[in-house]
Design a protein around this ligand. Structure first.
Ligand code: LMR
Length: 320
């Protein structure tokens, strides 16, 4: 069987981390693309030299030419700029939209059969724009954020309840902005609903509210701490989990920004929802029952995404 090919668009901190993780897991050969000359080549050479030490067999190459991503099975897009302290993800819209146009065309011309995972912010708008520019089917283009946001939520819950993260199942719906909706009613610790566990352990409801709030602002917390960039380890790990689900036809149910056509009363938008990822990309979206309050919160988040799409259309007439 031919080796798989993983193309990583953007060789910054997330791109480099992705290349390392993909090579370590021997997911296939890795092509690291960036417009900055020398940078992807240098990172690829450095990472290749980890192979003999770590014992992985993956060819890692760096390039400035989209032609080199030809035939990629998976494309993970991190190209664009990250926010700085004090900025919101939405402040990146204008600059990263232009980047998505070039990336979308590169994908369309070179690997139209790939499964494309977008990480670039503002995520829900960028994944939508990338899909439009690339022309790929909606089920083959997806946004990464739900896995990341849910992992943050799970981490904070595990710390609060002093349990292993392995036993926490938590998930987040909605857009990847401060209006995202961490869903406590579907979050469990080894099957025990978090709210019941809170009663057992004497954790106040106000403490759970603080965890929800910290999750919503989780990306900004890291941006503030780093001072010059945004998170990269957990975003990369999240995208790798999605890529493995696709390549291995794992049918995993992962929260991710999937294209909605009617489910959750949303039409024509990418929004974070639980979705099944297998060999056909997004093979289905799972619609869960929500309380009125959760539905309202989701609506606020969906409205925020809609507003961003309108802004995209205003900035690029080909999207209108
Ligand atoms: C994150 O959530 O870590 C990313 O979206 C980066 C950011 O700007 O917050």
């Amino acid at each position: 069987m031919a080796r798989k090919k993983i193309a990583l668009i953007g060789a910054g901190m997330i791109g480099g981390t992705l290349a390392h993780l993909a090579a370590k897991a021997e997911m296939g050969d890795v092509v690291l693309f960036d417009i900055a000359e020398g940078m992807p080549q240098g990172k690829a050479l450095d990472l290749s030299q980890c192979g003999p030490i770590e014992g992985f067999d993956a060819k890692i190459t760096g390039t400035n030419d989209y032609a080199d991503i030809a035939g990629a099975d998976v494309v993970i897009v991190t190209a664009g700029v990250p926010r700085k302290p004090g900025m919101s993800r939405d402040d990146l819209l204008g600059i990263n939209l232009k980047v998505m146009k070039a990336v979308g065309e590169g994908i369309k011309n070179n690997c139209p059969d790939a499964f494309v995972i977008c990480i670039t912010n503002p995520l829900d708008a960028m994944v939508w724009a990338l899909r439009e520019f690339s022309g790929l089917p909606h089920n083959k283009v997806v946004g990464m954020a739900g896995v990341l946001d849910s992992a943050r939520f799970a981490t904070f819950l595990a710390w609060e309840f002093d349990t292993s993260v392995k036993d926490v199942n938590a998930f987040v719906l909605g857009g990847h902005g401060d209006t995202m909706v961490p869903v406590l009613s579907y979050s469990t610790i080894n099957g025990i609903p978090v709210k019941d566990m809170a009663k057992i352990k004497g954790v106040e409801e106000s403490r759970l509210d603080e965890i929800v709030d910290r999750t919503r602002k989780g990306g900004g917390e890291i941006v503030g701490l780093l001072g010059n960039g945004s998170a990269y380890y957990a975003p990369a790990t999240s995208a790798i989990a999605m890529a493995k689900a696709y390549l291995g036809d794992q049918k995993r149910v992962l929260p991710c920004a999937a294209y909605l056509e009617g489910k959750y009363d949303v039409d024509g938008l990418y929004v974070g929802v639980p979705a099944v990822i297998g060999a056909d990309g997004i093979e289905g979206v799972i619609e869960i029952d929500l309380s009125d309050e959760e539905k309202n919160n989701l609506q606020v988040s969906v409205d925020a995404v809609k507003e961003l799409l309108e802004a995209c259309k205003g900035l690029d007439s080909s999207l209108a």
